[in-house]
Design a protein around this ligand. Sequence first.
Ligand code: EIS
Length: 209
Amino acid sequence: MALLMDHQFRLLPADKQVETRPFLEACSYLPSFIDCLGPTLFAPIKAEITGNLTKIKAVYESHPVRYKTLQQILEAEKEQHGSQWPRVGATLALMWLKRALRFIQVFLQSVADGERDEANPNLLRVNLSKAYDASLRKYHGWLMQNLHKAIMYAAPYKTDFLKSLSKGREVKDEECLEKIRKFLNNFSATVDTIYEVFSKMNADLEYKV
Ligand code: EIS
């Protein structure tokens, strides 16, 4: 769990503005976190998240002052792109990225809460399914849903996943779970806030891939 704890998301300020630069910096460690579930199998997911991050970063770097917060990116792009918005630019990348973030949020929360299949307590399927239902299922067609099932069945055992999060060190499961809970504090607040912004600005699209 050293991995996530070393790269915490920031505590949100009172006005709940999410600053773009520290947000991207914290997100840049997510691909190595996903490696803990299996570097080969999860490679397409990593590539997808990295693609979203690259897109948002390019927009941010084109004008760091104008795009200082994620909220400002959405507002500026709405202004710039007219009827094409929100299916455009960093707004679209963030729309999809936030779903991946919610997946990770619900998955980690479920593991930390000890939710498990009593018949197979060391499997992560219950946690991964819950995360998928809460974040992505409704945006996926038949093919993606089946791909998800296949990936889920190839996921590692919970004990191996927790060990890999601790970079292979012998750390007690409970200690690792406590660190996950701490990480979730700021991470969940950030993800929830991004969802609120999309909802307030009516920027979410329902199409399936
Ligand atoms: C978006 O992708 C792009 O993201 C966006 C733009 O091109 C837009 C145009 O419509 O499309 O097609 C992508 C979609 N993204 C839409 C799918 C990519 C394949 C990913 C691999 C498929 C696996 C099946 C689902 C697996 C769910 C997980 C199952 C695990 C058991 C702790 C684990 C963390 C896992 C996190 C999972 C996140 C998955 C994210 C998928 C998002 C998605 O569906 S842009 O690009 O930047 O140019 O605007």
